[in-house]
Design a protein around this ligand. Structure first.
Ligand SMILES: [Mn+2]
Length: 276
């Protein structure tokens, strides 16, 4: 299960932001996250929502050991001096009723402002608050390019069957492409809505999750950061001691890169993107 040797050096960072872990959901890549958490040493961890997938748990109870280990590892860090701030999302919404509560050294906040080492202020929230404004389904986001190429293959079979029954040609790919176009629009609207909110609050940027799409970008002078997810992309947003923000992708492929690079990290090979 754990393909990566434990002898690798520790990653020392100022802050780590993770979200959309979806513990209790079959799609959660808990082993990758565990591996990441065990390798990292930081002053503060922000859990930016959808850490526990309560929707999924109420549908069918699924809680393997690795999911338990994620919780234990985080609580262990909280106990040993890492500040852990939990900003609940829509899948773990009940925790939002406990704004300000400290639970096992974990601080729960509805939203919070993070100040980087270089003095920039970031609004940290999950992001589902903006669904109503954006008015589109985040589910469309899951239609990535692999889905698209699969659709192209599916297209052949669908049309063979349709022809057999005398139906005219129907382009599965075009249908999906339309959906993807909507998804692209959704993402752009989401990012803009968050940037607008950050400006309204007078902060330098925003750090969120929710749409499962890791990103660091500049939107009209506001730094938009999305820490991604641990269902598909296995990404974290991290801050080094100079206040630089980067995205890490923690999968086998990238870990090969990590292993061949001189540590400490945050050089170009590992940091997918770095904000100034
Ligand atoms: Mn969410």
């Amino acid at each position: 299960m754990d393909k990566i040797p434990a002898t690798r050096p520790t990653l020392r960072l100022r802050s780590v932001f993770i979200s959309d872990v979806h513990l209790g959901f079959k799609g959660c890549r808990a082993e990758f996250l565990l591996n990441f958490l065990r390798r990292v040493e930081c002053q503060q961890i922000y859990l930016v929502g959808d850490i526990i997938d309560m929707w999924s748990l109420t549908r069918s109870f699924y809680w393997p050991q690795a999911h338990n280990d994620v919780i234990r590892t985080i609580l262990g860090k909280a106990k040993h001096g890492t500040r852990v701030i939990y900003v609940p999302g829509n899948h773990d919404r009940p925790f939002r009723d406990h704004d300000g509560l400290v639970l096992g050294n974990v601080e729960i906040h509805r939203e919070v402002v993070h100040e980087t080492a270089d003095g920039r202020r970031f609004l940290v929230l999950h992001g589902d608050e903006f669904d109503a404004i954006v008015r589109a389904s985040p589910l469309l986001e899951s239609l990535g390019s692999t889905a698209y190429s699969a659709a192209l293959r599916l297209n052949r079979y669908v049309n063979a069957v349709r022809r057999l029954f005398g139906y005219p040609y129907f382009s599965v790919a075009a249908f999906l492409k339309h959906k993807v176009k909507n998804a692209v629009k959704y993402i752009a609207n989401f990012e803009r809505a968050l940037a607008v909110e950050a400006r309204r609050r007078g902060v330098d940027g925003v750090i969120c999750g929710h749409i499962h799409r890791a990103e660091i970008s500049d939107i009209d002078g506001i730094t938009y950061c999305n820490d991604g997810d641990w269902v598909e992309s296995c990404t974290a947003l991290v801050e080094d001691f100079q206040g630089r923000l980067s995205l890490l992708r923690w999968t086998e492929t990238i870990d090969v890169l990590v292993g061949t690079q001189a540590l400490p990290l945050l050089d170009g090979a590992v940091a997918l993107e770095t904000a100034a």
